[in-house]
Design a protein around this ligand. Structure first.
Ligand SMILES: Cc1cc2nc3c(=O)[nH]c(=O)nc-3n(C[C@H](O)[C@H](O)[C@H](O)COP(=O)(O)OP(=O)(O)OC[C@H]3O[C@@H](n4cnc5c(N)ncnc54)[C@H](O)[C@@H]3O)c2cc1C
Length: 381
C-alpha cells in the first residue's frame, strides 16, 4: 500500500469514528424530527470534512485524492443517516464547486470559505415544478438590467433550500436558446425578492431539507453572475452535476451497508423454530446476495471516483455508478427489510428507514432513465 492509499484509509477511519459516535446514535431521531440538523452540520464543518474536495488555497483540506475522499465521506455519512449525508454532500460538492470554479475572489471570500467551514449553508437549484429531467424547458427567467439581472420564477426540490444562506440558481437569459441560454447566478437569500414557499415533507431522506423557492423581481448584481451572462451556464452546471452522480452513488452504498449490517445482526439474534433465522439457508442466501451486490457496487463506484481523481472523462462511468449503486442499494434494502419480517414494518426498527431512503439515490441528481439516456448517447445510440 502506498502513502496515498494510506491517506484514504486514514480518512475513512476518522470519519467512520465520528459517524459511530455522533451521527448513528441520533439517526432515528433526526429521521423522526424531519429536520436539517444545524448543530451536526456545523460540527462536521469545523472538523474540516465539508472542504474535502478543495485545495488548501481555496480553504479546503488539500487531500491528494479529493474525489475518492469525498466519495468516502458521503458513503460513511450515509451509513449513519442518508438524509444528513445528502445535505452535507450538496454543500461540499455542487453548492460550492460552482463558486470555486467560476466565482470571483470576492465571492470566494464571502461565500465559499465560510461554507467550507460549515458557517454558511449553500444550495444548488435547477429543478422547477414543470422542468425536472428536461432542463431545457426551465422557465425561471433572468433579464438584463442596469448593473445586474432581474430574476423571476420558482424552483422545487432544492436540497438545503429553506436553511440556505446562498443558492446557485440556474435561470434562462434566452428562452429561445434552450440549454444554451441557461446561466448560473449566485443568490444571497437575504436579498429582497427571495422567498421560501414551503419546506417539503418527504417519506425518504426526511432529515435533509427540501424546499420550494420563489424569486420575485429579485435583483442579482453582475458580480454574482457565474458566467458571461450570455448563457452557457448549463454546460458549467452539467460538469458539476456529472461528478455529483458518483457522490449520490456513494450515498446509496452507505445506506445499503447499514441495511446489510443491521440484517446480519438481526439474523443472528432472531430465533424461530428453535434456532437463529441466520441458520436457515433462505436467509443466508439473501445475506450473501446482499454482500455480493454491495461489493460490486463499491468496486464500480470507487473505480469512477479514481478516474475522476486522475482527471479522466467520467460521463459514462459516473452515470453507470449511479445506476449500479442506487438500484443495487435499493435491492439490498429490500432484502434487509424482508429479513426483519413484521418488525421491518415497525418504525422502532431501522429497516424501514433504509428502504425509504434507498429511493432517493435513484432520483436525486437525475433518474435512472436519464442516466441510461446519457450512457446510450455515450455509446453512440
Ligand atoms: C429529495 C430530493 C432532493 C433533490 N434535490 C435537488 C436539488 O438540490 N437541486 C435541484 O435542482 N434538484 C433537486 N432534486 C430534483 C431531482 O433532480 C429531480 O427530481 C429529478 O431530476 C427528476 O425530475 P422530476 O422529479 O421532475 O421527474 P420528471 O422529469 O417529471 O420524470 C418523471 C418520470 O419520467 C421519466 N422520464 C422523464 N423524461 C424521460 C425521458 N426523456 N426518457 C425516459 N424517461 C423519462 C423519469 O425517469 C421519471 O420516471 C431533488 C429531488 C429529490 C426527490
Amino acid at each position: 500500500m502506498n502513502h496515498l492509499q494510506q491517506e484514504v484509509l486514514e480518512f475513512r477511519g476518522h470519519i467512520a469514528r465520528w459517524v459511530d459516535e455522533r451521527l448513528l446514535p441520533q439517526a432515528e431521531r433526526l429521521d423522526h424530527d424531519n429536520e436539517f440538523n444545524v448543530e451536526l452540520f456545523r460540527e462536521i464543518g469545523e472538523l474540516g470534512y465539508i472542504s474535502t474536495m478543495y485545495p488548501e488555497a481555496a480553504g479546503g483540506s488539500g487531500v491528494a485524492y479529493p474525489y475518492t475522499c469525498f466519495t468516502v465521506l458521503c458513503e460513511e455519512l450515509a451509513r449513519g443517516s442518508m438524509g444528513f449525508a445528502a445535505g452535507v454532500c450538496m454543500q461540499g460538492s455542487t453548492a460550492t464547486s460552482t463558486i470555486h470554479e467560476w466565482g470571483s475572489d470576492a465571492l470566494k471570500e464571502e461565500y465559499l470559505k465560510p461554507a467550507l467551514r460549515g458557517e454558511k449553508v449553500g444550495a444548488f437549484a435547477i429543478t422547477e415544478p414543470n422542468a425536472g429531467s428536461d432542463a431545457a424547458s426551465l422557465k425561471t427567467r433572468a433579464v438584463k438590467a442596469d448593473g445586474g439581472y432581474v430574476i423571476n420564477g420558482s424552483k422545487i426540490f432544492t436540497t438545503n433550500g429553506t436553511v440556505a444562506d446562498f443558492i446557485t440558481v440556474v435561470a434562462t437569459v434566452d428562452p429561445s436558446a434552450g440549454t444554451r441560454g441557461l446561466e448560473l447566478f449566485l443568490v444571497d437569500t437575504s436579498w429582497a425578492g427571495f422567498k421560501v414557499g414551503r419546506k417539503l415533507d418527504k417519506f425518504s431522506v426526511r432529515c435533509s431539507d427540501t424546499a420550494e423557492l420563489f424569486f420575485e423581481d429579485l435583483f442579482v448584481p453582475d458580480s454574482h453572475c457565474l458566467g458571461d451572462g450570455k448563457g452557457g451556464g448549463f454546460l458549467k452546471a452539467y460538469k458539476a452535476l456529472t461528478v455529483d452522480r458518483i457522490f449520490t452513488a456513494a450515498l446509496a452504498l452507505g445506506n445499503a451497508q447499514a441495511a446489510y449490517d443491521a440484517a446480519l445482526r438481526y439474523a443472528g439474534e432472531r430465533k424461530q423454530f428453535g434456532q437463529a433465522i441466520g441458520k436457515f439457508q433462505a436467509v443466508q442466501f439473501k445475506l450473501v446476495d446482499m454482500l455480493a451486490r454491495l461489493e460490486q457496487d463499491k468496486l464500480y463506484t470507487y473505480y469512477a471516483s479514481a478516474l475522476a481523481d486522475r482527471g479522466a472523462s467520467i460521463t459514462t462511468e459516473a452515470a453507470l455508478a449511479k445506476i449500479v449503486a442506487a438500484e443495487g442499494g435499493h435491492e439490498v434494502c429490500e432484502k434487509a427489510h424482508a429479513i426483519f419480517g413484521g418488525y421491518g414494518l415497525m418504525n422502532e426498527y431501522p429497516a424501514q428507514r433504509f428502504l425509504r431512503d434507498s429511493y432517493f439515490p435513484m432520483i436525486g441528481g437525475g433518474t435512472g432513465d436519464i442516466m441510461r439516456l446519457i450512457v446510450a448517447r455515450q455509446i453512440g445510440l
